[in-house]
Design a protein around this ligand. Structure first.
Ligand code: NAD
Length: 273
């Protein structure tokens, strides 16, 4: 499962399942990342604002795996939006990571009130041309931000990382991504456990013998998206990786579709600054 990959619109591949490291303490990040990589994870989702990029880089080195087998994502934080500030912010991320290049760099939030995401994007295009980042994408972008970005620059993000879980299924945005050739990646994929006790999840758990988290992660994979659950426990890391030996039926997928309430766990991208 972790080695299954999706093709990005620039020809590179991204693992379908990865490890998210938001709120993983800086001092334990290297150990968590190295453990996960040794277990089979191949994608680690970091960000400058998480404050643990040094640990991410250290964990990659500690894992002993060849660097080219690992997919590292980082993100440009809101305060760094703008052309020159983004160039400097990405160089600072690379220095903290101890890497010459990351596989993917995202604009963390559109921050429409700041209105700097076009300049931020132009800086990422330059960093890609210079080889400092291999692929470029966005996070928390809504339809109007994606359409403006592509309309003004002609460069389509490879991926949009958005909040997506059974209570917030984002069907319209996923359909737009499909039309534009953008991979969807789900953050807070477990939705803070809000649907663990819902009947469609409980019924799939009873039939498959898997956990609620595994059923929900499998649902993400069957939607065709990439997913980045976070766990710091070895047992949780292993559980979230163990998704290959079962399939949700069409009826189970349809039942989970009824759980959508359009409810966010996190901030609203239209107003978050
Ligand atoms: P998540 O949905 O991955 O859930 C994490 C929580 O679920 C933790 O409390 C963890 O202990 C628990 N958990 C993990 N595995 C479990 C299991 N098998 N059974 C029961 N509980 C389990 O939430 P998240 O960390 O918010 O999101 C995942 C990643 O997405 C983040 O770490 C980060 O990398 C990324 N993210 C990005 C943005 C963004 O704006 N781009 C925002 C939030 C998160």
């Amino acid at each position: 499962m972790p080695t299954q990959r999706l093709r990005l619109n620039d020809g590179h591949m991204i693992p379908r399942l990865g490890l998210g490291i938001w709120q993983v303490p800086a001092e334990t990040t290297a150990g968590t990342v190295a453990t996960a990589l040794r277990m089979g994870y191949r994608l680690v989702d970091g960000a400058a604002i998480y404050g643990n990029e040094a640990g991410l880089g250290e964990g990659v080195r500690q894992s002993g795996l060849p660097r080219d087998e690992i997919f590292v994502t980082t993100k440009v934080w809101n305060d760094d939006q703008g052309y020159d500030t983004t160039l400097r912010a990405v160089e600072a991320s690379l220095a903290r990571l101890g890497m010459g290049q990351v596989e993917l760099c995202l604009i963390h939030w559109p921050c429409p009130a700041r209105d700097r995401y076009l300049d931020t994007w132009r800086a990422l295009i330059r960093l890609r041309e210079e080889g400092r980042v291999r692929s470029i994408g966005v996070s928390n972008f809504m339809a109007e931000h994606l359409e403006r970005l592509v309309g003004e620059t002609g460069v389509v993000p490879v991926l949009n990382q958005i909040e997506l879980n059974p209570r917030l299924q984002q069907a319209e945005l996923r359909a737009l991504h499909d039309r534009m050739g953008i991979v969807t990646q789900s953050w807070t994929p477990l939705g803070q456990g809000r649907s663990f006790d819902a009947a469609p999840i409980r019924e799939a758990v009873a039939r498959t013998g898997k956990s609620p988290a595994q059923v929900i992660l499998r649902w993400h994979l069957q939607l065709g998206v990439s997913v980045i659950p976070r766990s710091t426990r070895a047992a949780g890391l292993a559980e979230n990786l163990d998704l290959a030996d079962f399939t949700l039926t069409d009826a189970e997928m349809a039942a989970i579709a009824t759980l959508d309430e359009g409810l966010r766990c996190g901030p609203d991208p239209m107003t978050f600054a």
